[in-house]
Design a protein around this ligand. Sequence first.
Ligand SMILES: Nc1ncnc2c1ncn2[C@@H]1O[C@H](COP(=O)(O)OP(=O)(O)OP(=O)(O)O)[C@@H](O)[C@H]1O
Ligand SMILES: [Mg+2]
Length: 316
Amino acid sequence: MDMITTRGLARTFNSRGGDVNAVQGIDLTVRSGEIVGFLGPNGAGKTTTLRMLTTLLAPTAGEATVAGHDLRTAPDAVRRDIGYVAQGSSTERGATVREELLDQAAMYRMSKADGAARADQLIDDFELAGFEDKLIKEISGGQKRRLEVALGMVHSPMLVFLDEPTTGLDPQSRANLWQHVRNLRDNLGSTVFITTHYLEEADALCDRVLILDEGRVIAEGTTDELKAAHGGDTITLTVDGEPGSAHAAIGELLPEAPTELDHHTLRITVVDGDRLLPQLLRDLEARGVQVTSVLLDKPSLDDVFLNMTGRSLRDA
Ligand SMILES: Nc1ncnc2c1ncn2[C@@H]1O[C@H](COP(=O)(O)OP(=O)(O)OP(=O)(O)O)[C@@H](O)[C@H]1O
Ligand SMILES: [Mg+2]
């Protein structure tokens, strides 16, 4: 089953400086049980898209089905079946962790007993035990983020939107939150739509990623697919003796592969480097080329974005 489908979803803001076409006609599909990463530089339109899909912002064009309901005609049903953790959302009220969870349950009209049971379950699932009676302002940043994700899960939604849930967390807390996101999917079968600026996070966590740029989806697929299509592996060889003859030998062995020579170092761009490399080394040896060191670099998602747009996702 498809959990999200959109056709031509768009949003223009009329601001004083002129119209801003924040989202310019997005077609996307997210299947049930997937963890999908929504990536793109600052201002690409990620939050605007999430705000539309969570019914908080009206699209200026296009249509969408979210959790099986039409976004335009059944926004209440959409709201009932999804969870949303907003970008930079921070619960700073003078409530304790448990009180905040109970309030959220009450907001979803759960009975007192059901709300209390659910709060206990989430305190356990998100490793909040021991802090549950602390004031929210007294817990750490990582604990607060786990609470925020837990708050989005109070009503056991089948679809969860997380807008940069790990921004500002240390690497250990981030990895810990990833495990909780995986648990949502593995234990509850929830579908997760998550934005992040951490590319290694998307690599580690997401079944599939969509790359957004200037309000348009410019690439989608598994991270391996995107890297194979837009990156290319780099083999770096250092050779002993006459580098020119090594360069010529590689030209004969891999005529299609772009190769750069820099002093005694050769840089070769190939597809599927790990499979090519052993044979390449044997062939070079047979031709009398002495290889003294070898390095294989796989492309990152940042290389993919750089190749597609000429800009770095990281620096944007
Ligand atoms: N309420 C608004 N009024 C006018 N322009 C807006 C409004 N909200 C967003 N924008 C503009 O729409 C564009 C997309 O913004 P959006 O917040 O969706 O980007 P984003 O991809 O979430 O970026 P970030 O990675 O920084 O969170 C930006 O140019 C932004 O300035
Ligand atoms: Mg944003």
